[in-house]
Design a protein around this ligand. Structure first.
Ligand code: ZN
Length: 445
């Protein structure tokens, strides 16, 4: 009797059964521990995870849509924490499709350009008008030229609050009084300030933000002597850890810039799977000698060194520093910067693979894609782990990502707000992108 009644006791309205999903025989990586819960059934209704228990051999398939996930691994949906929408052609739907098809169920957009309405995009996703991952956004980049006084800094915070942005992003060095005034006002309003480091002031100043974007910033914060001084760097990591700040490394985009300068690596870039999802104009531009990095840096001397060599040395340092941060327990988040041949969705997986290559454990990388960003966004009651009561934003993988993070690249299904996108549905999202690309090519000509 109870077996039949329990869905009612769990508050599922009868007419919702069509939306009720049972993922059966699945291995659950809940991110509440390192252990894999083997052969489970995960019941999902109204966009939420209702229960997780041992799999059933005879699920009541007349009550639920049943997905047989034998041999698959379920993890929480990925967070892309450093996204940019770079090209209006084809609309935001292109990027949202690419993100979703790659298992991204939450995205943080990191700038608003003058042709964009980022709050509008967030509202359209929330209202269901367009399909996309849960969306957070900053306002426009804040540059020092925009603020002449503390008063203007305070007004800037007020206008950001009024417009409804989730974050205020600083992309430039600010004078100390203006920076501090901005932070004070933002704290009063509960608006998080994030961004690039304050390179002209000590580390302590940058650590007053909620997160620092790009490990590259630490190259500019410290001189070469300091970067190679083990004792100095140990104390830096300690200071960062103590501050509680979160860091978004964005290493792949930096590596890609180096590859733009290297002929043999450059040739390979066009062959990658992601390239075909780019708008043809973008693809041709970035794969040509017009590529701005190739044009301006290839064969050039920077700080007395060949640019490719110098940037490669910086990247090696950045990788070592990222591992040091991770080992020290500094919260990291996955972000890719989606720029040039760093293509939305696919780049999340490339970033994770790079983090594995530099020595991070898969579980630490998954934390940076799930639990840590949920905590950072203040959504930990609903996101970040696979637990009853949380949002059903989930990814099903064909193999175990704890053994090799590249398993995240073989997605069997994505569940967004309880709605199942099986492989065919994900492929159709990707197919839509190809169609949008072809159409926007036609409109351009
Ligand atoms: Zn950015």
């Amino acid at each position: 009797m109870l077996g039949i009644l329990w869905p009612f006791l769990n508050g599922v309205p009868v007419n919702q059964y069509a939306d009720t999903l049972l993922v059966n025989h699945v291995n659950v990586i809940s991110m509440t521990s390192k252990e894999i819960l083997k052969d489970q059934q995960v019941l999902i209704a109204n966009g939420k995870i209702l229960s997780i228990q041992a799999a059933s051999n005879n699920p009541k398939s007349d009550l639920y849509q049943v997905v047989d996930a034998q041999g698959k691994f379920m993890i929480p949906g990925f967070h892309e924490m450093h996204f940019h929408w770079r090209n209006p052609q084809g609309g935001i739907e292109r990027d949202l499709n690419l993100l979703l098809a790659n298992g991204v169920t939450t995205v943080r957009n990191m700038a608003e350009y003058d042709w964009q309405d980022q709050v509008g995009i967030r509202e359209k996703i929330n209202s269901g008008e367009i399909l996309g991952p849960r969306y957070f956004t900053t306002g426009p980049y804040l540059n020092s030229s925009m603020l002449q006084s503390e008063e203007e800094a305070r007004e800037m915070v007020q206008s950001n609050v009024e417009k409804g942005y989730d974050f205020l992003k600083i992309a430039d060095n600010l004078p100390e009084n203006i920076y501090q005034g901005l932070l004070e006002e933002a704290e009063k309003e509960g608006l998080s300030v994030i961004g690039h480091a304050q390179r002209a002031m000590g580390l302590d100043y940058s650590l007053r933000m909620k997160s620092i974007e790009h490990v590259e910033e630490f190259v500019y914060l410290f001189g070469e002597t300091q970067r190679n001084d083990e004792n100095f760097m140990t104390s830096v990591v300690e200071e960062i850890k103590t501050s509680g700040i979160t860091i978004v490394p964005t290493l792949k985009v930096f590596e890609r810039i180096i590859h733009y300068l290297n002929d043999s690596e450059f040739k390979k870039l066009g062959e990658a799977d992601y390239a075909k999802y780019m708008l043809s104009g973008d693809r041709n531009y970035w794969l040509s000698d017009e590529n701005p990095y190739r044009k301006d840096l290839k064969g050039k001397v920077l700080y007395g060194k060949d640019a490719e060599l110098l940037l490669s040395e910086w990247l090696e340092w950045m990788k070592g520093f990222t591992l040091q941060l991770s080992d020290a327990g500094v919260p990291l988040m996955i972000g890719s910067d989606t720029f040039g041949l760093v293509v939305p969705g696919f780049s999340v997986h490339e970033e994770m693979e790079l983090l594995q290559d530099l020595g991070m454990e898969p579980i630490e990388i998954l934390k940076a894609a799930t639990v840590s960003p949920a905590r950072y966004l203040g959504t930990q009651a609903l996101e970040g782990t696979i637990s009853p009561g949380k949002n059903a934003n989930l990814v099903l993988l064909n193999s175990n990502p704890l053994e090799d993070i590249r398993a995240t690249q073989e997605i069997s299904a994505v569940i967004l707000n309880g709605r199942l996108f099986d492989r065919a549905a994900l492929d159709s999202l990707l197919g839509d992108v190809l169609e949008i690309n072809a159409l926007s090519d036609l409109n351009k000509n």
